[in-house]
Design a binder for this molecule. Sequence first.
Ligand code: PLP
Length: 449
Amino acid sequence: MTTPQSWEARAEAATLYGFTDLPTIHARGTVVLTHGEGPYVVDVHGRRYLDANSGLWNMVAGFDHPGLTAAAQEAYARFPGYHAFFGRMSDQTVMLSEKLVEVSPFDRGRVFYTNSGSEANDTMVKMLWFLAGAEGKPQRRKILTRKNAYHGVTAVSASMTGKPYNEVFGLPLPGFLHLTCPHYWREGKPGESEAEFVARLAAELEEVIAREGADTIAGFFAEPVMGAGGVIPAPEGYFQAVQKVLKAHGIPLVSDEVICGFGRTGAVWGCESYDFVPDAIISSKCLTAGFFPMGAVILGPELADRVQAASEAIEEFPHGFTASGHPVGCAIALKAIDVILNEGLIDRVRELTPMFEAGMARIGEKANIGEVRGRGLMGALEAVADKASKTPFDGSLSVSERIANACTDEGLICRPLGQSIVLCPPFIVTEGQMAEMFEKLEGALDKVF
Ligand code: PLP
C-alpha cells in the first residue's frame, strides 16, 4: 500500500524508472527490496519472492553465495579500485584475462573490459570501425543484427537492438540493419519446414550483403538464444548456415553471450550449445554472477591479432572506461567463474533442464499458451488469445504484465516480455524450489485466464 512516507511512495517520488510499466507502478507500487537469500529476494515488508528472473538473468549463484561475498570483501579490502590503462593494471585483471581466454572457445585471444554488456557491444563495434579505418576500408562500417535482438541501451548497442521502442530516441543510427528474427513459430511461412526457414534466412543474409556490398559491412552480431526478444532459441542449423555466408564474405560473427555465457544454456557458452565458434564473444551478467557490474569483449585469435596490429600502428587503442578491468570486479569474476565451473553449476543446469522443460510443457497445455520455447534454464511461455490462429491478446495492460503482477502476488518474480512470460531461475534452485515456481505460476495463470 502506498502512503506518503512509505518506501513505495519514496521510490516513485525520487526515481526515474527505466524499462518499467508506469501504470503498473502507479496502481501497485514498487517492490522495494532489502536483501536476498539463495534464490529469494525479500522486500521492506518482509515478503519473500522466489526470483525466477535471477535478478536480470545474472544472479545465477543466488543472492548470498558465501564464497562470492567473501571474495568481494577480500578484494575491496585489498585494492578497492583501479583502471587498466597507461601501462598499469591489477594482478586480478591479468589473471582474469588469462582465465577468460582459457575458458573461451578460442585457443588464444585478447580481452577488453567494460562495465556492462551494452558497453561491451559498443566497444566491439568501435573495434570493427577501428579496423575498417586502419585496414584501409573506411566504408566497412555497417552492422548487421536481427529484428527483436537485444544488445543494450547505449546509442550504438540500442541501434543494434531490433526493438521498435528505440524509435522514441530516433534510433537506430544509420548503417544498423536488422534481418528477420529467427523465430520459426512466428516467422515461418505456412507449410515451410524449419530447414526451409533457415535456408530462407541464410538467403536473406546473402541478399542483404549483395545489396549493401560486402565491403561496407563490419560485422554480424547475434545472441545464441535471443533473450530480451522473448527467449528465442536459434532454429536447427541456423548458425551454421549464417556463418557459412559470413565466412564467404569475410564478415566477422560476434556472439553476444551476455545472457547465454557461463551456463544458462547448459554449456559454458551459447555458441557451444549451438556448435559454432564465433570470431568474438561479448560477455557480462554471469561473468560476475551478478556480484559486480562488468562486461568483456573476448576476441578470438584473428580479430585479436588484427586489433593488436592496428593499435601498434598508432601506438594505442584509444578507448576505455574509468573502471575497465576494475580489480574488485576481476577478483569477483575469477571467483564467479570458479563457482560456476567448479561447484557444478553448469551440471546443475543440465540436471534441472528436464524438470524445467516438463513444467513449461505442462503449462503449455493451457488454452491460452501458444508456444513454449527455451534452452537450458531459460524459457518463455507465449500467451495468445487464440491458440490455433496465434492471435495475440490486446488491451492497454499487456497480458504478460497481468500475469507477472499476479505472480508477484503469489510471491514469484518473473518477467513479462511482449506477450511472453520469461523464466530463468538461478542455477542453484532445488527441485523443491523449481516445483514452487511452477505452482505459483499456475496459481497466477488461473487468476488471469
Ligand atoms: N546483450 C544482451 C544479449 C543482453 O541481454 C543485454 C542485457 O540484458 C545486453 C547486451 C546489455 O547489457 P547491460 O544491460 O549490462 O548493458
